[in-house]
Write a protein that binds this ligand. Structure first.
Ligand code: NAD
Ligand code: A1AUG
Length: 594
C-alpha cells in the first residue's frame, strides 16, 4: 500500500481514470461518485456516499433519552459525519410537545462550541468554511419553517458555528431531501408511525436511520419497513464499529455492489470470479432444494442439455448450502448483553439479463439464486425462455401469494435492453453474457450512472458469490438495557437464529413455499424478532428499482404482467400523476417524472 497525497484537480483525475487502476474506493459525496463515473463510465467504483438521515420519535419513547441521542447524532463532529442525524421526525403527541421542544432547545444551546484545544468544548469547527449549500442550510429557512435554535457564526473565517434547529420542515422541501453536512437539524411532524417511516424513506439516500420507541410492536413495524443500511433503535445513529455494526448504505448512499465496510462480504468486492470446469455429477435429483427453486429448474429442463442441467443443479445446491451457512440467518457476532447488533440480508430488486449469444443454462442458474433469495426479479432475455417457466411466473402458492418473485419477462435484443436501462436506471443488473466487455459497454451506455450497479462477471456455480447481487445488507443495532438493567423487550428471540440449519429447512413439500424466517415481528412475550429475507414482495409494473415508468417492449405478453404503470404507493406523483413503485414517498409525494 502506498499513500499518495495529490491535488484533486488534473492529477486526481489522471489517477482515478488511469488504465492501471482496477478499482477505486471512495468515501465521499454522491456528487463526487458521479463526477468520477462521468470521467470514466465503466470505472469499478466502490463508494460509500452521502446520507439524509433521520430519527423517528414516537409517543412511547423515553423522551429524555431521545433528546440526548438526537443531539449526539446531529451535532457530534459538528454534524460533519455521513451518519449524522439531519432530521428528527416527531410522531403524534411528540410533534406538539412543548416539553420535547424546550428540552431539545436547552440541550442544543447548552453545547459548548469552540476550538478542540479547549477540553471543555463539545462541538468544534467545520473542516472548512461552508460552501453555498451549507451556508443555505445554516441561514435560510424554507416555506413554513422557523428557527427553534438559530445557528450563529462565531468566528471570522466562518468555520465556527453554533448548532441550529429548524422547526416545521415540510415533506418534499429542500431540507427534507438535501444533505447539508453541518451542524443543523430539522424537525418534521407525522400523524402516525407509518407516515413517519414514509417521510424517512422518501429521501433518495438510505444510509443510517433511527427510532426511539419503547413499544416492541412499533420497533418491529419499523424494522420491517425502513429503507436504510444501518438501523439504530433507542441509541445514537452515529459511531458504527467495524464488525459490530458493518457500515454502508442503500439507495443513493452507496455506489457499486454495496457490500458493507467491516462486513462479511467487504473483501469480495475487491476480487473477481471465473468458473472452473467440474466433472458432471451423474445425479439428476433436486433433493434438498426449496420447492420454488426446484420448480424453476424442472420447468427449464427441456431447454437444457445434460451438462447444462448439471451446472444449474450444482449451482442451486451450492446456493442452498451458502444460504444455510451465511445468508438465511440474522447474526449477532458480537454477542453483547447490553446491545444487540444483528447483521442480516434483505431481498433486493434486480434485473437479470440474458445477452445475445449467452447461455440459457447460466440464466436459469442465476434466476434460481434470485428465487431462493426472494429477490424481486425482472428477466430480460434475448431469446424466448423455456415455455414451462411462463406459467410459473403467474402461479400462486396455497395462500394466493405469487409463487416466485419474478415480476415479469421481456424478450428483447441487446440494443433495446440497453435503451431501457438508460431510460429506467434499474438499481441492480445481473448480466449474463459471453462477452467479457459487455458489462463495461452497458455501464458506458448509462453514462456511468451511479444509480445502476452491474454484476457482469462470468456465472459460477458458487452460491456464496451468485446470491450476492440479490441481497441487500443491513446492520441493526438495538439498545438492550434501561439504565444498565437488561431490557426484556429487546431480548434476543429464538427466531432470529432460526434457519435451514436449525431443522426448518425449506425442503420441497415441507415448507410449501413459505420462507423459514419471518420478517420482524412482535411476539406474545413482547420481544422483537428480526427476520432475514422475508415474505414475497412482488410488484408488477415497472422494472424492479426503476425510478421511472418502464416502457413496454415485451413480446411475451402472455407471461409478462400488465405494465399499465407501477403500483405500490397509494399517492400519486404531483406532476405526472403516475404512482411510484418503490422508495415511495407516500406521505410526501415527490416528482417522479422530472
Ligand atoms: N457513506 C460513508 O461511509 C461516508 C463517510 C464519510 C463521508 N461521507 C460523505 O462524504 C461527503 C463529505 O465528505 P467530503 O467532503 O470528504 O466528500 P468529497 O466527496 O468532497 O470528497 C471525498 C474524497 O474525494 C476526493 N475528491 C473529491 N473531488 C475530487 C477530484 N476532483 N479529484 C480527485 N479526488 C477528489 C477528496 O479529496 C476526498 O478524498 C458527505 O456527502 C458525506 O455524507 C460518506
Ligand atoms: N463509522 C461512522 C461512519 C463512517 C463515515 O463517516 C459512523 O457510524 O458514524
Amino acid at each position: 500500500m502506498t499513500l499518495v497525497d495529490i491535488d484533486e484537480g488534473e492529477l486526481g483525475r489522471a489517477l482515478i481514470t488511469a488504465p492501471e487502476v482496477g478499482r477505486v474506493v471512495l468515501t465521499g459525496s454522491t456528487e463526487t461518485a458521479a463526477l468520477f463515473r462521468g470521467w470514466k463510465p465503466e470505472l469499478r467504483l466502490l463508494a460509500e456516499t452521502s446520507g439524509k438521515n433521520s430519527i423517528i420519535v414516537t409517543p412511547s419513547a423515553d423522551l429524555d433519552l431521545a433528546v440526548s441521542d438526537i443531539v449526539k447524532s446531529a451535532f457530534g463532529n459538528a454534524g460533519q459525519k455521513c451518519s449524522a442525524a439531519s432530521l428528527a421526525i416527531l410522531v403524534g403527541s411528540v410533534a406538539t410537545s412543548e416539553r420535547f421542544r424546550r428540552q431539545l432547545a436547552d440541550a442544543v444551546t447548552s453545547l459548548a462550541v469552540g476550538q478542540p484545544t479547549d477540553p471543555a468544548v463539545q462541538m468544534g469547527p467545520l473542516v472548512e468554511p461552508p460552501g453555498d449549500k451549507l451556508t443555505a442550510g445554516l441561514t435560510r429557512l424554507g416555506p413554513g419553517e422557523s428557527w427553534l435554535v438559530e445557528p450563529r457564526r462565531l468566528d471570522d473565517d466562518g468555520r465556527l458555528w453554533s448548532p441550529g434547529v429548524r422547526d416545521g420542515v415540510v415533506a418534499g422541501s429542500a431540507f427534507h431531501r438535501i444533505e447539508y453536512f453541518g451542524p443543523v437539524l430539522g424537525l418534521m411532524s407525522a400523524a402516525t408511525l407509518e407516515e413517519a417511516v414514509a417521510l424517512q424513506n422518501a429521501v433518495e439516500y438510505g444510509l443510517t436511520a433511527g427510532i426511539h420507541s419503547l413499544d416492541a410492536g412499533e420497533v418491529a413495524q419499523w424494522l420491517d419497513t425502513v429503507q436504510a443500511g444501518n438501523l439504530y433503535v433507542n441509541r445514537p445513529i452515529t459511531g458504527a464499529i467495524v464488525r459490530r455494526q458493518p457500515f454502508g448504505g442503500w439507495k443513493a448512499s452507496s455506489v457499486g455492489p454495496g457490500y458493507k465496510a467491516g462486513g462479511p462480504n467487504a473483501l469480495l468486492a475487491h476480487g473477481s470470479w471465473r468458473p472452473v470446469p467440474a466433472a458432471a455429477s451423474g445425479d439428476l435429483r433436486l433433493d434438498g432444494l426449496e420447492a420454488r427453486v426446484a420448480s424453476v429448474i424442472e420447468a427449464s429442463q427441456p431447454a437444457l442439455g445434460y451438462e447444462e442441467f448439471d451446472l444449474v443443479r450444482r449451482g442451486a445446491l451450492s446456493d442452498a448450502a451458502a444460504w444455510a451457512a451465511e445468508f438465511a440467518t440474522a447474526r449477532d457476532v458480537s454477542g453483547l448483553e447490553v446491545e444487540r447488533n444483528v447483521f442480516r440480508y434483505r431481498p433486493a430488486d434486480v434485473v437479470v439479463r440474458l445477452a445475445e449469444g449467452a447461455s440459457m443454462a447460466e440464466l436459469v442458474r442465476v434466476v434460481a439464486a434470485g428465487v431462493l433469495a426472494r429477490a424481486s426479479i425482472r428477466i430480460s432475455s434475448s431469446v424466448p425462455l423455456p415455455a414451462g417457466l411462463l406459467p410459473l411466473v403467474q402461479a400462486t402458492d396455497l395462500g394466493g401469494a405469487p409463487l416466485l418473485s419474478i415480476t415479469g419477462i421481456d424478450v428483447e435484443p441487446d440494443a433495446a435492453f440497453a435503451s431501457r436501462v438508460v431510460a429506467n436506471h434499474p438499481d441492480r443488473i445481473r448480466l449474463v453474457s459471453a462477452d467479457p466487455e459487455a458489462g463495461d459497454a452497458l455501464a458506458r451506455a448509462t453514462g456511468g450512472s451511479p444509480d445502476v450497479a452491474i454484476w457482469a462477471d462470468p456465472v459460477t456455480a458458487a452460491g456464496r458469490i451468485e446470491l450476492l447481487p440479490f441481497l441487500l445488507e443491513q446492520a441493526v443495532s438495538i439498545t438492550a438495557h434501561r439504565f444498565g438493567a437488561i431490557d426484556p423487550r429487546s431480548r434476543r428471540s429464538s427466531s432470529e437464529q432460526r434457519g435451514p440449519a436449525h431443522g426448518r429447512a425449506p425442503r420441497s413439500n415441507r415448507s410449501r413455499f413459505r420462507h423459514p424466517i419471518a420478517p420482524a415481528r412482535r411476539a406474545s412475550d413482547g420481544t422483537v424478532s428480526i427476520g432475514c429475507p422475508g415474505g414475497a414482495r412482488v410488484e408488477s409494473g415497472a422494472w424492479p428499482g426503476a425510478h421511472r415508468r418502464a416502457t413496454s417492449t415485451s413480446r411475451n405478453s402472455r407471461s409478462a404482467p400488465r405494465r399499465s404503470g407501477p403500483s405500490g404507493c397509494p399517492r400519486s406523483c404531483t406532476r405526472c400523476r403516475s404512482r411510484r413503485s418503490r422508495w415511495a414517498s407516500c406521505a410526501a409525494p415527490r416528482r417522479c417524472c422530472g
